[in-house]
Design a protein around this ligand. Sequence first.
Ligand code: ZN
Length: 599
Amino acid sequence: MKKNILYTITPKDLAGHLFEVTLTVAAPDPAGQVFSLPAWIPGSYMIREFARNIVQIHAESQGDAIALRKVDKHTWQAASCAGPLTLRYEVYAWDLSVRAAHLDQTHGFFNGTSVFLRAEGQEDVPHVVDIRRPDDEACGSWRVATALPELKAKRYGFGTYVAADYDELIDHPVEMGNFALTTFKAHGVPHDIVITGRVPNLDIKRLADDLKKVCETQIALFEPETRRAPMRRYVFMTLAVGDGYGGLEHRASTALICSRSDLPVIGKKEMTDGYRTYLGLCSHEYFHTWNVKRIKPDVFAPYDLRVENYTTLLWLFEGFTSYYDDLVLVRSGLIDEKDYFKLLAKTINGVLRGSGRSKQSVAQSSFDAWVKYYRQDENAPNAIVSYYTKGSLVGLALDLTIRSQTKGKKSLDDVMRALWERFGRDFYEISAESGRGISEAEVEALFDEITGLSLKRTLRRFVHGTEDLPLAKLLSPFGVALAGSRKEARPSLGARITKDGNDSKLANVYEGGAAHRAGLSAGDVLVAIDGLRVTAGNVDILLNRLNIGDTVTIHAFRRDELLCVEAVLAADDAPQMNLTAEMKPAAAARLRAGWLGRF
Ligand code: ZN
């Protein structure tokens, strides 16, 4: 009989950012037990090679050292031994993101993908982990937050936790430290909010009240009858920093990073842009609890964490999640329709900004996420389209299409529920190894079956085509106008310009714009426009005295070489679309209430 895999993890050197990990296999493979660390973390589609942070690794069995052979960049094989076999290794943890591990005097955080080697061939047995308190008096009040089930530990305490298999072990990140904590229930299920970092006057009660609305709206969307959440408990863990943004989804938790200023302040009740952004991020990661953590593309069931897992479907798993994240805010009453239209306009303008949208479809963007979306360079706006933002607009376009063509009887919600019922609800009951994902052909067929419409051609055009989505036409039956504003056209260099110390630097040069035609490149530092010095942030001031069509002399440094070029200023073609609610007939009002109304 196979025995449990046992780990210990100890924050060993806070100042040196080292976790010490031991892994014991009771019955190692007689041919020589193989161990490996994932090359990527689910939800973040890039090869990250976490094994590069393993500082030293040794194997032993019953007091004897056992030879350990490195097989490839993230794989080791121990010499044959009777067992039990124990590995002891250190992991350098100094990545301040939600994707890896971080340890210092203020807190510890890790994803299992960064710290827990996999005992190959023994993935399906229970994996027990003893999370140990750092041996430092200053950490006496530290607590532990994780959705990993406790075995011999009090809730929020150090001690042993257990996962049913390796797949589950690495899907519950762990936070430790002196964090702020509160709990609320969403349709009966406890949800923890854990905030790490110094946040004066944090209004954690408001956060709990608002997130409860987000969570209950989503639970009701997927399970309108039973209102049953897909997990026994859930943890929102957030690291608040001076300036940061990011999140990663897990089956019963999410790890987030945000700017301190985004979090609500006691006594201040307004909905700031920052707080709305933070709630949108929480809503996004929570929606993934259904869409990608349980409803999955076929190639993710199971994940192969050694190599890239190519799917054309991230427009559904990330794009639709992005569509619903803000939609849930309006449906739960946290923002109003006007604010929602502003957010939609921002997404539409962002997608229209890049000429890459006419070269890459969202299906291609999904497939190439590993080398393009996740590894963007200065040419990204001219070369790629985001399966997040354009994917969310594909979700919107399909939702509006279904709602108008069925006169409000069906919607994208029905498609999401069908995906949930057929592929998601039982995913972990069947086990991660045998739970089934969905193929693109099945997605297409499901849209037609659930809506009773013939959407295949439309879906293909939206997903595999590169033309702009007909959003103005689709919004019209809902009494919503999408149109460009009549702002005065201003002269522009056709580039995104960022501050670099006291300089202005071209961050992106848009294809066909004035800077491109003049021969300027991303990375060039502007020195002067028509003999007037450019400093950080004064480019618009200089340009505003000039006219569209003027030829200007631009001095710029490329590396340390001075360039002088002539540029013809063009009209700023940054899209300025707005959505406005119009006076509307009753039919449009009904359609819009079904789309945006309280859920
Ligand atoms: Zn996402």
